[in-house]
Design a protein around this ligand. Structure first.
Ligand code: CP
Ligand code: NVA
Length: 301
């Protein structure tokens, strides 16, 4: 039987998403035993990482196994050797492969050739592990995700796309506010809605409209890894979407502040807002390890 992968939020049903969040909450509360004793997770990363790498390494350690980090200089996916060879070699030695890639097609290629589960630790298209941690954070704060109103400011990027899909599955009202030309595409919205989940997803170019009634306000960098050279040309369009005290005042006074990190203070978010008592960014970061433990248990356990 081919292994199950976690390439995208699309790999989950609403019930599976809910089950992963239940499992992550239980792990956070009660800890877990060495259920993956003797197992190895290979981390094949084309880009830098703090949270994703550390969360996978800590998660495997807590589950009794271990992770082996293989950065761009060791592996050279596509240059030193083809992805299909890396996937087959790693499958002979490791029990799972977590990948962080530029092109999303690379994640798909790993999944096609690996005989062990492949987990997307961020691609240009999606950041599904981040979305799980974000939903866990919201669930902790609001009890239920049904009816939570999540406003996202900035590019309709990998983080926004995964959040949009996860929101629809979980019953969240997700509003993405982006400068014209930088939002989620109609195709992205269709894919998110196609899961048939109870949530909603909308795209606007008016940040204040998105923030009205918001339970939480989320933002991410204006130029993702690999796109840094485009930042200069974006600043003027993105400036009205900067999450500063003035823009945050358009949201209810108890709306939470979220960011996947790393943050560029002074660009997409001000120091004052990210350091405020409404900010849950370090809960989001911590929840990466609990949710990734849940994912590893479900795929490798
Ligand atoms: N949020 C996140 O994925 O962080 P890293 O890029 O540091 O892994
Ligand atoms: N959108 C960002 C997320 C980093 C965790 C990036 O891709 O660089």
């Amino acid at each position: 039987m081919p292994p199950r992968h976690f390439r995208s939020i699309r790999d989950l049903s609403a019930e599976e998403l809910d089950g992963l969040l239940d499992s992550a909450l239980a792990i956070k509360r009660d800890g877990c035993g060495p259920e993956l004793a003797g197992q190895v997770l290979a981390l094949v990363f084309e880009k830098p990482s703090l949270r994703t790498r550390l969360a996978f390494e800590v998660a495997m350690y807590r589950l009794g196994g271990r992770a082996v980090y293989l950065g761009p200089h060791e592996v050279g996916a596509g240059s030193r050797e083809p992805v299909r060879d890396i996937a087959r070699v790693a499958s002979r030695m490791a029990h799972g492969i977590a990948v962080r890639t530029f092109a999303h097609e690379t994640v798909e290629e790993f999944a096609e050739w690996a005989s062990v589960p492949v987990i997307n630790g961020l691609s240009e298209a999606e950041h599904p592990c981040q979305a799980l941690a974000d939903l866990l954070t919201l669930r902790e704060r609001f009890g239920s995700l049904h009816g939570v109103r999540l406003a996202y400011l900035g590019e309709g990027n990998n983080v926004a796309r995964a959040l949009a899909m996860a929101s629809v599955l979980a019953g969240i009202d997700f509003r993405c506010a982006s400068p014209e030309g930088y939002g989620l595409s109609e195709g992205d919205l269709d894919v998110a809605r196609a899961s048939g989940g109870p949530g909603r997803v909308t795209q606007t170019d008016d940040p204040r409209e998105a923030l009205r009634d918001a339970s939480a306000v989320y933002t991410d960098v204006w130029a993702s890894m690999g796109e840094e050279h485009t930042l200069e040309g974006r600043i003027e369009s993105f400036a009205p979407f900067r999450l500063d005290a003035d823009l945050l005042a358009a949201a209810p006074a108890d709306a939470l502040v979220m960011h996947d990190l790393p943050a560029h203070r002074g660009e997409e978010i001000t120091d004052e807002v990210i350091e405020s008592s409404r900010s849950v960014v370090f809960d989001q970061a911590e929840n990466r390890v609990h949710t990734q433990q849940a994912v590893l248990l479900s795929l490798l356990g």
